[in-house]
Design a protein around this ligand. Sequence first.
Ligand SMILES: *Cc1c(COP(=O)(O)O)cnc(C)c1O
Length: 392
Amino acid sequence: MSVVANTAVATEIADLPKIPVMVPWLGEEEAEAAASAVRSGWVAQGPRVAEFERAFAAQVGAAHGVAVSSGTTALHLGLVVLGVGAGDEVVVPSLSFIATANVARYVGATPVFADIDEATGNLTPKTIEAALTPRTRAVILVHQGGVPADLEPIRELCRQRDVALLEDAACAAGSRYRGLPVGAGAQVAAWSFHPRKLLTTGEGGMVTTDDPEWATRMRRLREHGMNVSAADRHASAKPVLEAYLETGFNYRMTDIQAAVGLVQLTKLAATITERRELAARYQRELAGVPGLVPVADPGYGETNYQSFWVRLTEAFPVSRDELLDRLSEAGVSARRGIMAAHLEPAYADVQAPALPATEALSLNSLILPVFHGMTAGQQDRVLAVLKAAAGA
Ligand SMILES: *Cc1c(COP(=O)(O)O)cnc(C)c1O
């Protein structure tokens, strides 16, 4: 029943003539939850945001959740509470959505690009170490496309070098590291609820942490630096005079978004199960195709397969861009691999060291469709193009 109703609402996207790369799994329940927030009269940050924060933080194994307006603003607040500012360096992967590097600049710091491991798309202790200098104040560790980074040795390295670790978990809701959810044990982790991610609130984000003081400060910072939230002020029987303790931002999430997020959270496990099945079928079918390397679980954890990419090696007879064209002609939306920020004009002035694995993965990979309700027939269409291009 719920699946039928859910498909009904998402139809406008799912019925596009082309097979999409991603469709948010939204349905009647989310529509009803949003409507009930509207009917309640409380549409700005309020009780539903507080409930969503508790539920999400519990799900990812963190003590506190602070809901914000996007994954980008979550990262920004993370850097602020970690004490990163002007003159500091922040080690980031170039291989990431550009917001990861941008937030270092938001606090006046300098992003320093580090290379990644080609199999996982993630920073490693070795690539981080090569980028550390006496000015390094923090590392932003991305769990790229949902693939967990190798947290234990990286946490150890950061501890030894007295460098803060901000986890960019924008893509990693429900991914696991050594049996624990990504988010557990993080100093600060930042999450995104953009529709490209597995759990969406339209726009939105969350910062999670085990540190109560950081959580309190981020709640303040997201609301103009006020010492008492608007929600608490309205709930109080007596007049409350607020004070502005520092220069904050308006990074609030609305209760309409949080209402949607609460429903989405109940579907996260099912979404991941479905995605992992689709990914396993791609992997089985492509195992014999020379020159194609699909992303896979690293030995130490499980990805949620938010992005399912394949890397083309030299053995593949067709270029990445040509393959994208052929997929498009066959009615399949695919995407180029994850971007490399150091190749973009916005970062032309940054002296990047050689980043061979970043460039190899970014330029030679593409992201294949995986979405709720994807049929075997649709997957066959994608596979047929890949196999034909391989000459198989
Ligand atoms: C999506 C994403 C972001 C930004 O999230 P928004 O909610 O779009 O601001 C940051 N980092 C990574 C790795 C992402 O995938």
